[in-house]
Ligand binder design. Sequence first.
Ligand SMILES: Cc1cc2nc3c(=O)[nH]c(=O)nc-3n(C[C@H](O)[C@H](O)[C@H](O)COP(=O)(O)OP(=O)(O)OC[C@H]3O[C@@H](n4cnc5c(N)ncnc54)[C@H](O)[C@@H]3O)c2cc1C
Length: 401
Amino acid sequence: MNNHLVVVGASLAGLRIVEALRREGYAGRITVVGRETEWPYDRPPLSKQFLTGDWVDEKLALRRGEMSDLDVVWKLGCEAMALDTDALRLTLGSGDRLEPADAIVLATGAHARQLPFGQDLAGVISLRTLADAHSLRSEIKQAKRVVVVGAGFIGMEVAASCRAKGLEVSVVDPLPAPLIRGLGPMLGERVAARHREEGVAFHLDVGVEGFDGAGRVSAVRLSDGSRLPADVVVVGVGAAPATQWLEGAGLEIDNGVVCDATGFSGRPGVFALGDCARWENANYPESPRFEHWTSAVEQAEVLAKRIIHGHAESHSPIPYVWTDQFDLRIAIAGEIRDGDEMKICLGRIEDDRFLALFGRAGRLVGAVGFKRPRQLNACRKAIAEGISIKKAIATHSEIAG
Ligand SMILES: Cc1cc2nc3c(=O)[nH]c(=O)nc-3n(C[C@H](O)[C@H](O)[C@H](O)COP(=O)(O)OP(=O)(O)OC[C@H]3O[C@@H](n4cnc5c(N)ncnc54)[C@H](O)[C@@H]3O)c2cc1C
């Protein structure tokens, strides 16, 4: 025994696993290696309050109490370059090798996907880190026109934040409505309508062919031949797991580090959680990788038990994610697919306050709440319990009455 545990990634998943390990009674040495120089900070506000307000960095801190309580050696601003899964040793960007560990926890998250063009132009930004958020915040101070490429969660949040700051905002996406993958077409269309009411313009069902500009971006060229003038372009085309550095380490990597339902990679002593990991999930045979805040936090509790006791109960969560756009707080539990039946309870779509229940083969599989946080939590439980869509509708109609 080396009495040493190494965590790679010093963000939400990395911090929460350390806290959970200490709570579970792990008394050995812990080293955390993180590429960013900042103490662990929260990413969700980066596309919301951090852009619209004048938040200082400290407000994003993920841990309120003293960091020293955790008794961790923090190696911040330090990139892990390779992992020797036999010796359980990590090689850093400096060439140094860390002392062998009894367990390595991979918590390297995800990075923003890029388009194959335009990365070298000033004014083209993707949003994943605090440094990106600072760049974007300073760019939009001087800008008039922002084009957001990609109508997913981050793109739509940035669009709402920029519009709230008074900028002219256009959103471009090849799909016919925003947030289709999270909300389905009908509710996605409702979100678009809300954005339009606020003055956001949409270019949907159309691709982006390239950017114009010499040194700095001046316009976005669309596949229908049109051109959108832009002072700033935000590229929000999704994220990919940060696992390239693990190539050749002997781990199964397939859209994330493939793990069992307790975070074990199958390689002795190697575990993963958060955005970089794909845990087996009895509720979803394809074991999707969730890029959700709640997922990382819940996995940390399970994984700490798994590491310390050598076993933990299998974790098969129903995913949960929220997004804030203008005054809308939208929360989603479960997964919505094409062809699911949808029933609106507890309000009306046009009032932007309701609960939408989604059924497939007679079962409740998903729920979306527009300003309905309490009911959505109950639905998440109900989906896990496998209740019928009929019963879910009856329950929520009764509450409404
Ligand atoms: C702008 C934005 C808004 C979001 N809003 C929401 C929201 O409203 N609701 C929601 O549910 N979720 C939201 N999310 C998603 C949520 O923030 C993530 O699910 C969460 O951050 C995942 O935590 P993580 O620790 O797994 O990964 P990350 O937060 O990505 O952290 C991984 C860390 O590992 C570091 N790292 C990577 N590679 C290496 C390496 N080789 N060596 C050392 N360190 C490395 C990275 O630099 C990073 O600091 C948002 C994300 C973003 C970017």
